[in-house]
Design a protein around this ligand. Structure first.
Ligand code: ADP
Ligand code: AMP
Length: 215
């Protein structure tokens, strides 16, 4: 199964992707994570992407589509893919069609996480992750069960993203509205879009996604 999770920054794509990975052994393909790894490793792609990401603008379509192709090639052909944060433009949506086609994969669901923009700044400025395993948390909405200790791996190191500040979030939302939201009709025309209430409790969102993918 191949799924796109679509929604603005902070909608809950990463949170729900991690849960799908745990429940179904699928693979999360987050272009944001791939780019952050490239920035950390100071690869040529990372060096090119760093300043763009810090501003909250979009990295070039060619770079992110190449990253997605490489990740798909590195995973088993029968492992399901969850696209998280990709595609983000019409050009990327076109590339994804070609990338999937070349690999004999088809897109089963595009799940739109619908959220109120007002809630997103709070979600994003309160977000942090385990520095070791990447499990996501939130200052208010999802604290580790034991304070200061990751539920999943026990690490006591956590990190916050440099672009998770209010000013950059506003640019990222504007990018979403201008370039990403307009790709929904492409998938609506194919009858594969489902809308989930992303304002609901995290477990309710998970349950709604489970219902969708099991039908
Ligand atoms: P995205 O990957 O779409 O940018 P995340 O999954 O990282 O978003 O979620 C952003 C923040 O909001 C995280 O800190 C996460 O714990 C929190 N969060 C995710 N889903 C919900 C929800 N349904 N209700 C409240 N907080 C949520
Ligand atoms: P994310 O982790 O999805 O919030 O992405 C963080 C940042 O990485 C974005 O603000 C963009 O600068 C960049 N990025 C991630 N995915 C893409 C993509 N598909 N297209 C362009 N830029 C991307």
């Amino acid at each position: 199964m191949n799924i796109i999770l679509l929604g603005p920054p902070g909608a809950g794509k990463g949170t729900q992707a991690q849960r799908l990975v745990e429940r179904h052994g699928m693979r999360q393909l987050s272009t944001g994570d791939m780019l952050r790894a490239a920035v950390k490793a100071a690869t040529p792609v990372g060096l090119q992407a760093k300043a763009v990401m810090e501003r909250g603008e979009l990295v070039s379509d060619e770079i992110v589509s190449a990253l997605i192709g490489e990740e798909l090639d590195a995973m088993g052909s029968d492992t399901g893919a969850i696209f998280d944060g990709y595609p983000r433009t019409e050009a990327q949506a076109g590339s994804l069609d070609a990338i999937l086609d070349e690999r004999g994969r088809t897109l089963d669901h595009v799940i739109e996480l619908a959220v109120d923009e007002d809630a997103l700044v709070e979600r994003i400025t309160g977000r942090f992750t385990c520095a070791n395993c990447g499990k996501g948390y939130h200052d208010t909405f999802e604290q580790p069960k034991v304070a200061g200790e990751c539920d999943k791996c026990g690490s006591t190191e956590f990190k916050r993203r440099p672009d998770d500040n209010e000013e950059t979030v506003r640019t990222r939302m504007a990018e979403y509205r201008a370039k990403t939201a307009p790709i929904l009709p492409i998938y609506e025309a194919r009858g594969i879009v489902s809308r989930v209430d992303g304002m609901a409790d995290m477990d309710e969102v998970t349950a709604a996604i489970e219902r969708l993918i099991s039908t």
